[in-house]
Design a protein. Structure first.
Length: 144
């Protein structure tokens, strides 16, 4: 089994649909927590987002972040639930937003990891992760 992962869905949302999209996203995120291994869901506004990332002026950036207990459960979601969840109520926004994912995987081994965890142990209560380059593997791909 692998260690905990953070599954991010990065969003570029067109200016005319931001409020409507975010209204639909919040219940969607609650539904995501029902998948096996998903423990928390958080929505962040990307304060340093630039329109050039989306190709259009006035677009807004958000990040939906999910803590998942391991890569195996995230893969189970990709295999069995992702297609339905990605289409669930978002077809009406086709062409008006862009989404891409990033998966952050904490590799739990190595001397460097031990040194970091002495300073800040990784627990469910302490959701602040101190990551060093040897611990972080990033998976990046577009959703659509």
């Amino acid at each position: 089994m692998s260690g905990p992962v953070v599954y991010e869905v990065n969003l570029a949302i067109g200016p005319k649909i931001v409020d409507q999209y975010i209204s639909g996203l919040k219940p969607h995120m609650d539904e995501m927590k029902a998948f096996h291994g998903f423990s928390t869901a958080s929505l962040y506004k990307h304060e340093y987002f630039t329109s050039s990332e989306s190709g259009g002026g006035g677009w807004v950036g958000y990040v939906a972040s999910y803590n998942v207990d391991n890569m195996e459960n995230l893969q189970l979601y990709f295999d069995q639930g992702a297609k339905r969840m990605r289409g669930n109520g978002f077809q009406q926004f086709t062409g008006k937003f862009r989404a891409w994912i990033r998966v952050l995987h904490l590799k739990i081994s190595g001397k460097c990891h031990d040194e970091y965890n002495k300073a800040t142990p990784l627990t469910k209560e302490n959701r602040v992760f101190f990551l060093c380059p040897c611990q972080l593997r990033v998976y990046d791909r577009d959703l659509f």
